[in-house]
Structures are given as structure tokens and as C-alpha cells.
Design a protein around this ligand. Structure first.
Ligand code: FAD
Length: 116
């Protein structure tokens, strides 16, 4: 059947959201101001209150409480977020992602040149 524009299911919402979050982290400044670092921490705390999948948000809030956002610079933020996503991957039985390649996936493209 032709897929028309419909409300997102949990998987579609998750994929779209992770794409946005990881891309945002990979473009976070390498040398953020104090205000940028504080705002990014707040962003994730607020995000975790309103993510529109209740059980997902409940677990994510607990995880973020135990592992607060690391917003000192781009690499720290991208690594922190990759680890949070891996917590969800493990919970869902999905493979863990190699966090040393997170900027290749979301900003630079793979080193083998396979991305346009
Ligand atoms: P996704 O997990 O959506 O990943 C998309 C792409 O990101 C992958 O193809 C891969 O290239 C890349 N990627 C994978 N892992 C990483 C990583 N660690 N770091 C960087 N990039 C990576 N679903 C549930 O059923 N239960 C939940 O409790 C739940 N909690 C969620 C909490 C949050 C905050 C979010 C954003 C989503 C949550 N989801 C949850 C949705 C779930 O994580 C997936 O998005 C969904 O199952 C679709 O999975 P996918 O296989 O398309 O790939």
C-alpha cells in the first residue's frame, strides 16, 4: 500500500528524533560558551519531560538523571548522547553503536567516502 502522511509510530518517531539529536550534538560548538553548555543541559532535561512516548521518556529521564548531560564540548556531548542511545539499543536488543564513529555517522560521512 502507498504510505501516506500519518502520525508517527514509536519507531518512526525514534528514528527521526535520534537523527535530530545526534546531528545537533555533532554540530555543537567545539568550544561552547558557559551559557551554551548550560542551555544544552537544560535542553536535554526539558526534552526528557516532553518526549511524546511516555514509557520511553520515563526510562530516558531516569537514565539522564543517573548520567547527566556532558556539555563541555562537541566531543563530550556526542559521546554522552551515543551512550544514552546505546542504553536504549541494549534495552531493545539492538546492536550497540561504536561511539568513536559518531561524527562520521552524523557529520563528516564515513571515512571510506561512501556518503555523498
Ligand atoms: P534507531 O535506534 O532509531 O537509530 C537510528 C540510526 O542511528 C541507526 O540506523 C544508526 O545508524 C544510528 N545509531 C544507532 N545507535 C546509535 C548510537 N548509540 N549513537 C549514534 N548513532 C546511533 N523505543 C522503544 O521501543 N522503547 C523505548 O523505551 C524507547 N526509548 C527511546 C528513547 C528516546 C530518547 C528515543 C529518541 C527513542 C526511543 N525509542 C524507544 C525508539 C528507539 O530507540 C528507535 O528509535 C526505534 O526502535 C527505531 O530503531 P531503528 O532500528 O530505526 O534505529
Amino acid at each position: 500500500p502507498i504510505k501516506t502522511d500519518c502520525p508517527l509510530d514509536r519507531e518512526e518517531l525514534g528514528k527521526a528524533t535520534w537523527s535530530f539529536l545526534h546531528t545537533m550534538a555533532s554540530y555543537f560548538p567545539e568550544k561552547p560558551t558557559k551559557a551554551q553548555s548550560e542551555d544544552m543541559s537544560r535542553f536535554f532535561n526539558i526534552f526528557s519531560q516532553f518526549y511524546p512516548c511516555e514509557s520511553c521518556a520515563d526510562d530516558f529521564r531516569k537514565d539522564v538523571k543517573e548520567n547527566p548531560p556532558k556539555t563541555a564540548n562537541r566531543n563530550e556531548l556526542a559521546k554522552w548522547l551515543c551512550q544514552r542511545h546505546n542504553v536504549v539499543n541494549v534495552k531493545l536488543g539492538k546492536p550497540e553503536f561504536d561511539c568513536s564513529r559518531v561524527h562520521e555517522r552524523w557529520r563528516d560521512g564515513w571515512l571510506d567516502g561512501s556518503c555523498p
